[in-house]
Every structure is written in C-alpha cells, then in structure tokens.
Design a protein around this ligand. Structure first.
Ligand SMILES: [Zn+2]
Length: 275
C-alpha cells in the first residue's frame, strides 16, 4: 500500500467525519439561534414588567393624591358655608379653585399613566405569546440536536478509531503536511487525476484543471506521493492504466528507440565523412 493510498483512505474517513459533524453543527447553530431569541424575548418581557410595576406604583400614588385633593375640596366647601366674612369666603373660593386645578392636573396624569399601563400590558401579552411559541421551537431544536448527536455518536466513534489506526501507518511528517493542506484546501486537499486524452497521455488535475506534466504522472505511476505543481493538492489515481505504469515515460522511452538507433549509423557515417 503506497503512502498516497493510505492518505486517500484517511482523507475519505476525514471527509465522512466532517460530513457527520457538519450535520450536528447545523443543529447546534439552529439551537443557539433559538436560545438567543428566547433570551432576548425573556429580557424584553422582564424590562416591560419592571416598567409596568413602577408605573402602577406611581399611578397608585397619583390616585391617592386625587382622593386627598377630593377630601380637601369637600373640607373647603364646608368651610365656605360657614365663612363669616366675604373676604374669608373669597379666600376659600380661591383655595377651592387652586385645589380643583391641582386635581385636574393629577387626574390628567392618571389617565395618561393608565393608557401607558394598558399599552405595556398589551405588549406583555404579545411577548408572553411569543415566548411560549419560542419555548416550543427551542424544545424542538434541543430534541433535534440530541437526536443528531446520538444518531452519529456510534459512527463518529467508529470513524475516529479508524482514523487513528490509519494515522499510525502514515509517516509523521507526511501526515502533518497533509493535515495542514486539509486545513487550507478542505475537500480539495486530494484530487484525482483526470484522463483528458489517454492516447496522447494527456492528464489533468481535477481540482485546478491544469494539465499535469509528464514527470508528475510518472511519479504517480511509480506510487510516489505527488502534489499538483499548480494547486498543491495531493494527486491520486484509481485509473488502472496509470497505476499499472502504462505511463507515457515507459511508452515514450521505448517508442522512439528504433528511429534513434536508425539515426545512429547516420551520425557515424557523417563523422567518418568529416574525418
Ligand atoms: Zn491542481
């Protein structure tokens, strides 16, 4: 088994691991988003509840003030009835007018505050409905995440063990370089050799589509760890023709042999003619 085929096996296991984790990651991201929205609604509901509480307390004070002013108005009215002089009567009348103005002002404040309390209560009701809806979605998201987690748990463990076993067979420096390559290129860290034209020994890298030089194809055919000169990915082939070293090098070296041997005597004769 060549180091390339070991890397390929590892690469495929890694791909499966990434695929499994990405499904779980997706469920986790959804759950986090739901959690954030739920927290946001809960905070808003909390703020509104505090505002409403303060507003109700001040409303109660104002209502108390209205009752106090009312009692005072009644008292002044009684005093007016027993006023001895016109001057005294007029003084009570002025006081009564001031009290009435003060009462009107507080009453207006009460009406305005009642309106605000009502609006806050409506908002509270809306948020409470949103909260229970969000709670339902959140529970669903949690169940989904847990299901995904238990669904992949066993497979994840199997693949992790498989990966660890594969990793022990690969030389440390090769593995490190390869892992860095995976960080950079992800699913394109390894790429298959594409046959463009078998008869003319044209091959390309399926990651970057660049034509592969002869020595690259030869190197792969020899089972050496080979990287694409253009994009840097590790090249592999499952093409039996390439793997069986039906490589251009072998063919090219053997093919032009006869014309070259035919040429050789020519050179000799030329040299003879020259001498
Ligand atoms: Zn390439």
């Amino acid at each position: 088994m060549t180091v390339t085929s070991q890397l390929l096996e590892l690469f495929r296991v890694d791909k499966q691991l990434r695929g499994l984790r990405s499904r779980l990651d997706q469920a986790e991201r959804f759950l986090e988003a739901q959690q954030r929205q739920f927290t946001d609604i809960t905070q808003r509901a909390g703020n509104i509840s505090v505002q409403a509480k303060h507003l109700r307390a001040s409303l109660k004070n104002d209502e108390g003030e209205v009752a106090r002013l009312d009692a005072k108005v009644n008292q002044v009215r009684e005093q007016m009835n027993s006023a001895a002089t016109a001057k005294e009567y007029n003084a009570f009348l002025a006081e009564l007018s001031n009290l009435k103005d003060a009462k009107t002002a507080v009453e207006e404040k009460v009406i305005e505050a009642m309106g605000r309390v009502e609006a806050l209560e409506a908002e509270q009701a809306t948020l409470s409905a949103q909260k229970s809806e969000r709670e339902r979605i959140l529970a669903g998201a949690k169940a989904e995440r847990d299901a995904r987690e238990s669904e992949i748990k066993q497979r994840l463990e199997e693949l992790t063990t498989q990966r660890a076993n594969l990793a022990t067979m690969i030389p440390g420096d090769v593995l490190r370089t390869f892992e860095q390559l995976v960080v950079l290129r992800g699913d394109e860290a390894m790429s298959v050799v594409e046959v463009v034209d078998r008869r003319n020994y044209e091959y390309s890298c399926s990651a970057c589509m660049m034509t592969l030089p002869m020595e690259t194809v030869n190197s792969i055919a020899r089972g050496q760890l080979t990287r694409c000169v253009s994009c840097g990915c590790v090249l592999f082939t499952e093409d039996l023709d390439i793997a069986a070293k039906k490589s251009p090098a072998t063919t090219k070296i053997s093919a032009p042999k006869s014309p070259k041997t035919a040429k050789a005597p020519k050179d000799k004769s030329a040299a003879k003619a020259g001498g």
